[in-house]
Design a binder for this molecule. Structure first.
Ligand SMILES: CC(C)(COP(=O)([O-])OP(=O)([O-])OC[C@H]1O[C@@H](n2cnc3c(N)ncnc32)[C@H](O)[C@@H]1OP(=O)([O-])[O-])[C@@H](O)C(=O)NCCC(=O)NCCSC(=O)C[C@@](C)(O)CC(=O)[O-]
Length: 300
């Protein structure tokens, strides 16, 4: 079986991981989390999001967080940006990379960003133009690529249509989100066969939530298609408040363990990431569900 020799992990814990947490996490703790993650070998961290604080109150401190972290020159610090207002705030803090986002399905797009798919394109086009003019790279998320909590199954051709539009705008990479974490390997296979007829594997990243425990199997299927970029979240935290039933992302430390044992390099230190994940249990006042954290707790 031919698998990639090296994979890049994009840590989305401080943004996707925390956005769904109910109680407000003190800003100092978010900064500490990002600073600790910056010392684990990760080279990409999505730190926050410049969405409307009314929609995601947990990340209302985005400006303070991004301005206060200790930047490691080897790490790209990215943030989610939905529109020009968000871009202004992100540029004010000198974000390294901008992540725009929309869904492949109408139902989730409307619930998540209060716009139809067609209304979203010109808004994002303006954001991409503004970010590129400011010298920032732009990454695009396409959510609900397998199933939408409102509209059901998503046709792969619809994902291709949205991805083509985002690439035309100037994004350099698209992260494909199984937003509610119900996808299975055969569906990922079907999706990637279609996507790879139109795009190169280097242009794609995969973003798996793990609601049904299928995320690692979906990563494996993606590796077999030559995908080398995966989003993951420390401790398996995460979820979208506008996607009912969505649980956390694949846990960074569980993904790292699997890759490491398969001899795939990441440059990230499993022990350090696990320590950071474990420390989040105190901050959040709850046990995390990742296997590596359970083992570190002595609960094998
Ligand atoms: C997109 C909007 C802003 C539209 O929200 P809206 O209410 O339609 O916004 P609007 O453009 O009509 O503006 C209304 C007011 O909000 C202000 N406003 C407008 N934008 C901003 C901004 N950026 N920052 C601060 N303020 C803002 C704007 O200035 C105005 O203020 P007013 O004039 O009334 O005083 C809203 O729907 C929103 O913030 N949605 C984000 C929801 C979200 O973050 N969801 C979770 C993301 S996770 C995800 O999408 C999936 C992903 C990426 O993780 C991958 C996967 O798992 O698949």
């Amino acid at each position: 079986m031919e698998l990639p020799k090296r994979v890049q992990l994009k840590e989305v814990g401080p943004r996707d991981g925390l956005q769904n947490e109910k109680g407000f996490i003190p800003t100092e703790e978010k900064i500490k989390l990002i600073d600790r993650l910056s010392e684990t070998g990760l080279d990409y961290i999505e730190v926050t999001s410049f969405v409307h604080p009314k929609w995601i109150p947990q990340l209302a401190d985005a400006v303070k967080v991004l301005k206060s972290i200790k930047r490691n020159p080897n790490v790209t610090y990215a943030a989610l940006v939905p529109n020009m207002k968000g871009l202004e705030r992100a540029l004010e803090c000198n974000v390294d990379e901008v992540s725009i986002f929309m869904s492949a399905s109408e139902g989730h797009n409307q619930a998540n960003i209060n716009k139809s798919i067609n209304e979203t394109f010109p808004i994002l086009k303006e954001v991409v133009e503004g970010a590129l003019a400011a010298g920032k790279n732009v990454r695009g998320y396409v959510s609900t690529v397998i199933t939408c909590p409102y509209d059901g199954y998503t046709e792969p051709t619809q994902v291709v249509r949205i991805a083509e539009k985002l690439f035309e705008m100037g994004v350099t990479e698209i992260s494909l989100g199984d937003t509610i974490g119900v996808g299975v390997p055969t569906q990922v296979d079907t999706l990637l066969i279609e996507m790879l007829r139109h795009f190169k594997s280097e242009q794609l990243a995969m973003h798996f939530h793990d609601t049904r425990g299928t995320a690692l199997a979906n990563v494996m299927t993606s590796l077999m298609h030559g995908i080398t970029k995966f989003d993951s979240s420390i401790g398996g935290l995460g979820g979208c408040p506008y996607a009912k039933g969505a649980s956390g992302n694949v846990a960074t430390e569980d993904l790292l363990y699997m890759l490491q044992e398969m001899g795939i390099e990441t440059g990230v230190q499993l022990e350090r990431v696990t320590e950071v994940a474990l420390s989040m249990e105190n901050v959040l006042g709850k046990k995390l569900s990742s296997k590596q954290v359970m083992i570190a707790r002595g609960e094998e």
